[in-house]
Design a protein around this ligand. Structure first.
Ligand code: SAH
Ligand code: SF4
Length: 481
């Protein structure tokens, strides 16, 4: 992430074997290539990165974009760019379908512009049947790169340029953590920071552990160095990222807890807000609640995926908690930190889910009063234990349950939203308002969005805002001057 002097690399030498030196060598080679192309075309080369899926993937894209920037590409606006990269997600089937749709469309652009390069990476590429399909049906894709080894993007592009045909490179197993590669930031004032990769939980519906490999934590010193550098460069809010942050550090040579890591991140001067994603309820310790409670920087927002409120279903999901344990945890958090917003993920229509099971989910939603919830229709992922289960639920039953759940979630969220109406809150201003000229949009510590009158030079600062009106899931406010 530090500016690196690529001109110091000897391109006549063989590529180094060690990382990050090897990737820097290939970035330098691509820089040489993009420079020549730029001179020949009389314009800069552009790249366009599209991200599917979660916040972790969005952060992966920032790193991929960082590599491409250093390699001499400028960011383009759409798929007419010289290099188009899709960073895919495979957590639900519709994510896969959207990627195939986009590939179909970009193929027509490539027919008109055969010099353009198309690359595809991310979780979906970790599945064999996807690779087979791309090999067979999408031969125009130039580079296919796995999720676990995506740091090798520059190397693969260089190989593609040399060999002139489709290059596929997928690794399996544990992700190798390579430090000190470039990263681009979408926002100057907030950034994600990976603290761990992969997942060991094998929830029975979920493909993530199969496609992201075994859980691996980054060394605390590397995380802290990255955070310090970000803050030095103007970042005020950091989101610590992992599939299950509560088990951070367990596999390190000198094990430490997530709560201990948070205490160290808190000490960084100039850092104002800390967020993290995602917390698995089974591993959320009292120590963590205590650290959150005493912190002036950890935001008042906890994402605590429920998945189902039925203890019977939770067992089959392999979640390692039951309804009562979850409710007790939520109660404890609300008691210790009353202003903490709690949000969640819920799956509707897991195989064998009965009306009674579903009503248990509704009961938890009613009791916890979530500030918001992502509700998902169960998606069958081949290779997971749930895909083989009998009694998959018919679509019309799922649709009915989904609608009832959504209505309850929205009603509760609106009630929670009203609680802060009329109060003054600190807001990190994020962007100009999409819909209202002269307005900006920002976030409260609890992650709620507020719109208020203001100019774009407020972006990136934390300002006091009076919340005039709660509108279901966001606020209209007035900045206090
Ligand atoms: N590691 C995070 C979740 C990552 S996936 C956690 O455990 O909380 C994000 C969400 O997608 C999950 O919380 C789950 O609600 C949903 N999800 C995962 N697999 C799914 C599937 N097969 N069908 C529908 N939703 C799924
Ligand atoms: Fe998937 Fe469960 Fe891992 Fe989350 S904890 S990524 S839901 S297996």
């Amino acid at each position: 992430m530090t500016a690196f002097n690529y001109d110091s690399i000897d391109l006549a030498a063989l590529p180094p074997e060690t990382e990050p030196a090897r990737q820097r060598y290939f970035i330098a080679r691509l820089r040489h290539w993009t420079k020549k192309r730029r001179e020949a075309l009389g314009r800069p080369l552009t790249c366009f990165v599209t991200t599917f899926g979660c916040q972790m993937n969005a952060h992966e894209s920032e790193k991929l974009l960082g590599i491409l920037r250093d390699a001499g590409f400028e960011e383009g606006r759409d798929e007419t760019a010289d290099l188009v990269l899709y960073n895919t997600c495979t957590v639900r089937e519709n994510a896969d379908l959207r990627v195939y749709g986009r590939l179909g469309r970009v193929s027509t652009i490539k027919k008109k512009n055969p010099d353009m390069m198309i690359a595809i990476c991310g979780c979906m590429m970790q599945e064999e049947h996807v690779i087979e399909k791309i090999r067979k049906s999408y031969p125009f894709v130039d580079v296919v790169l796995g999720h676990i080894n995506n740091y090798r993007l520059a190397e693969l592009l260089a190989e593609r340029i040399d060999c002139g045909h489709q290059v596929i490179d997928i690794e399996n197993g544990r992700r190798r953590i390579v430090e000190d590669l470039p990263a681009e930031r979408k926002y100057s004032f907030k950034s994600g920071v990976n603290i761990m990769f992969g997942c060991n939980n094998f929830c029975s519906y979920c493909i993530v552990p199969y496609v992201t490999g075994r859980e691996t934590s980054r060394e605390m010193k590397d995380i802290l160095n990255e955070c310090r550098l970000l803050v030095k460069n103007g970042v005020k809010e950091i989101m610590l990222l992992g599939q299950n942050v509560n088990s951070y550090g367990k596999t390190l040579a000198n094990p430490i807890t997530f709560a201990e890591l948070l205490k160290e991140v808190e000490k960084i001067d100039g850092l104002e807000r800390i967020r993290f994603m995602t917390s698995h309820p089974k591993d959320l310790s009292d120590e963590l609640i205590e650290v959150m409670k005493n912190s002036g920087k950890i935001c008042r927002h906890l994402h605590l995926p429920l998945q189902s409120g039925s203890s019977r279903i939770l067992k089959i999901m392999n979640r390692h908690y039951d309804k009562e344990q979850y409710l007790e945890l939520a109660r404890k958090i609300r008691q210790e930190i009353p202003d903490m917003a709690i949000t969640t993920d819920i799956i509707v229509g897991f195989p064998g889910e009965t009306e009674e099971d579903f009503l248990e989910t509704m009961d938890v939603v009613e009791k916890v009063q979530y500030d918001s919830a992502f509700t998902f229709i169960y998606s069958k992922r081949s290779g997971t234990p749930a895909a083989k289960m009998e009694d998959q639920i018919p679509a019309d039953v799922i649709k009915d349950r989904f609608d009832r759940l959504l209505a309850l979630v929205q009603a509760n969220a609106a009630k929670r939203c009203e609680l802060l109406q009329g109060t003054d809150q600190k807001v990190l201003v994020e962007e100009e308002d999409d819909h209202m000229y002269g307005y900006v949009t920002g976030r409260l510590s609890n992650n709620s969005v507020v719109h208020f009158e203001g100019s774009k030079d407020l972006i990136g600062s934390i300002v006091p805002v009076h919340l005039d009106e709660a509108r279901g899931f966001y606020y209209m406010g007035t900045m206090i001057r």
